[in-house]
Write a protein that binds this ligand. Structure first.
Ligand SMILES: *Cc1c(COP(=O)(O)O)cnc(C)c1O
Length: 375
């Protein structure tokens, strides 16, 4: 089976992990956490990084740091991971959805304008699958309406928008280091920002809001969102060769594109000319003329030893949010179509050229077979 994800390590990860064990520094107090934050912030091109326990935690605490009034609204794309909406809801705020573009699968900035109201306080662009959001018009809108911009760059380590790294463009940004992300610590995340006041708030919130002067006196309710030194050890080792990791993702993405471009019945994520995407995962949407859906295609690829994953399910169609009556009667047709007809192929860091060729051959065969059976 060619798995959807397999990470790639060197002896350096092992060496730094052994160092943690031998020095007995394993908690978040270890010095590798700070080192990881510094290297990562420098890589993104921002002043500060605050390591946390996951990308989801990074989103939640980024919003918490902004001190938005309960009941106010945050605009997010309808097509994204649940973490985005969850982070908004858990902060006592209301997520407001906007559909995505059918070409880039990113939040449709023109539609954002129409959703801005008196209660809108922030917008959360998600750089979907490593393709940057069109940030300039979004920043202009945000500026005009005085909105905070929280970038979800969990899938976009090293991606660039007009020469600027994703995660350095908005006011605050969240990264994930889950095992399938471009830089991984197994589980982990980072908040990055140029705003030292926000960074300080995130530092406090991730650590129970202990106070520097009187440790056990708490002014606010925080979280335990700390990253361990063990995780940071893996992170530092990864960051020491981050350019190589990003290059490898881009190479895989381009290799897939070369082989997928003349397979009929699928549509790839469009790459804008101002974008340097990192192809976090290599996905496609089934064209309208193909009558099977993504789930059927996934089942047909399995016997070839090709593991796949369907795309995210839209926020307005989540049972949990339906029960909360959050998006009653709302429709987002592009997001709905992506969920039903989108699929991604094996995309882990360890994936080889030979495996990419095998996957693409299997896909071609399955799609041609389907055409012949009239499926
Ligand atoms: C992975 C991911 C997250 C969540 O990260 P975790 O570390 O798994 O909590 C958030 N947003 C996006 C877009 C992601 O892909």
């Amino acid at each position: 089976m060619i798995p959807v994800n397999e990470p790639l390590f060197t002896d350096r990860e092992k060496e730094l992990l052994v160092e943690c064990v031998e020095t007995r520094w394993i908690s978040s107090e270890g010095s590798l956490v700070r080192r990881f934050e510094e290297i990562f912030a420098e890589f993104v091109g921002v002043k500060q990084g605050v390591a946390v326990s996951s990308g989801t935690a990074a989103l939640e605490v980024s919003i918490a740091a902004l001190e938005i009034e309960p009941g106010d609204e945050v605009i997010i794309p309808a097509f994204t991971i649940i973490s985005c909406a969850m982070a908004v809801v858990r902060n006592g705020l209301k997520p407001v959805l906007v559909d995505v573009e059918s070409e880039t699968w990113n939040i449709d900035v023109d539609q954002v304008a129409r959703k801005i109201g008196p209660k809108t306080k922030a917008v959360m662009p998600v750089h979907m699958y490593g393709h940057p959001v069109d940030m300039e018009p979004l920043l202009e809108l945000a500026d005009h309406h005085r909105l905070h911009v929280i970038e979800d760059a969990a899938e976009a380590h090293g991606a660039e928008y007009k020469g600027r790294k994703c995660g350095s463009i908005g006011h605050i940004a969240a990264f994930s280091f889950y095992a399938n992300k471009i830089v991984t610590t197994g589980e982990g995340g980072m908040v990055v920002t140029d705003d030292s006041r926000l960074a300080e708030r995130v530092q406090a919130m991730r650590n129970l809001c202990f106070q520097p002067t009187q440790r056990f006196l708490h002014d606010e309710l925080g979280y335990n969102f700390r990253l361990t030194n063990l995780q940071a050890a893996v992170g530092v080792a990864q960051m020491e060769r981050v350019d190589e990791l990003v290059k490898r993702k881009i190479w895989q993405g381009e290799e897939y594109r070369k082989r997928l471009k003349d397979i009929e019945g699928i549509k790839l994520q469009t790459v804008r000319d101002w974008a340097r995407p990192v192809y976090w995962v290599n996905g496609f949407v089934l064209a309208d003329e193909v009558s099977m859906d993504a789930f059927e295609l996934a089942a047909r690829l399995k016997p070839y030893g090709v593991q796949t994953r369907p795309f995210f399910w839209p926020m307005h169609e989540q049972p949990v949010f339906k029960r909360m009556r959050l998006f009653d009667g709302e429709r987002y047709p592009v997001a709905e179509n992506l969920a039903r007809r989108g699929l991604y192929l094996p995309s882990g860091m360890a994936l080889t050229a030979g495996q990419i060729a095998t996957v693409c051959d299997a896909l071609r065969e399955v799609l041609m077979g389907a055409e012949n059976d009239g499926v």
